[in-house]
Each structure stands twice: as C-alpha cells, then as structure tokens.
Design a binder for this molecule. Sequence first.
Ligand SMILES: [Zn+2]
Length: 171
Amino acid sequence: MDEDGNHQFNAKVINMEKQMLVTKIDNGTVIDKIPAGKALQILRILKIYDTVEFTIAVAIRVDSRSLGTKDIVKMKDRQLSEDELKKIWLIAPNAKISRIEGYEVREQFMLQERQFNNKFTGVLTCNNPTCATNHREPVDKEFLLMQRDPILVRCLYCDRVMLESNIREQL
Ligand SMILES: [Zn+2]
C-alpha cells in the first residue's frame, strides 16, 4: 500500500474507534472520567461479571483533554444505587455520572459533589483475623477512609489499618 493508502486506513480505524466510544445508549448510566485503568475494578464493584445480561461498553485508556487518559463505562438499562455510587467514589472520586433516559442526559453530576462521609459500613471486611467484626454477629464492619492516594482505611472496631491492595481484593 502506498503512503496515502496507509493514511486512509489509519483514518478509518480512528473513525471506527471514535464511533464505538460515542455510541449513544437510550437508557442507562455513563461513568466517565474514571482514572485510567480503573474501569475493570469498577465493574467488579458493580458485580458485573461474564454472566452480565445487559449491554456494556468499556473504554480503557482513551484520550482525555483534561486527564491525559481515562476510562469510561457505559451501561444500558442499568442504574446505580447510592451504595454503589459511594463505592465508586472510593476509587474514582472525580468520576462523572450521567443518567440517560430516552437518549437524553436526565441527570449528571461529579461524584465529589455528593459529599459522601468518610465512613464505610458493610462494604469492607477487616483483615485482622482476631477482629470481633469477623466473629461476633451482629457487629458492624465499619471503616474510616483516612487517606485517598494511595487509599488507607481504618477498622473502627480494632483500629487495623488496611492498604489499597487489601481493599482491592475485596471490591
Ligand atoms: Zn477490625
């Protein structure tokens, strides 16, 4: 192929990529401005596995004017609960959420606008084997978010501090 032909081919590929990313959903949710590489973790948080029965588009490391690269998750016919929003906020506090209805954006907000408190109840499990929250029921599994980058949380029962790597295994 000559040089011009190559250019045309490349342009076509880029066009197809753009098309895939901007394909509109009629109803559902778009999670945008996810830190690059965290989209799969968000799917885990939302318990979306290979058994999923609705349409999802996941874009990883796409160009972003403001972030350099970012991830995007689009889900057809799927809404997010407050609980799920807070879990996403834990790992992607600057994510932008759009609720789509009839191809229109009905609601749009940045997660950080929600001003969630730093307490997580019933989301994480303490990794201290002797912690009462792992033995006595009902003792609430409560954690305080101490630091964001990297994430540090503290068990409010036994004061065990868990690292981002410990939490990632649980999300
Ligand atoms: Zn504990």
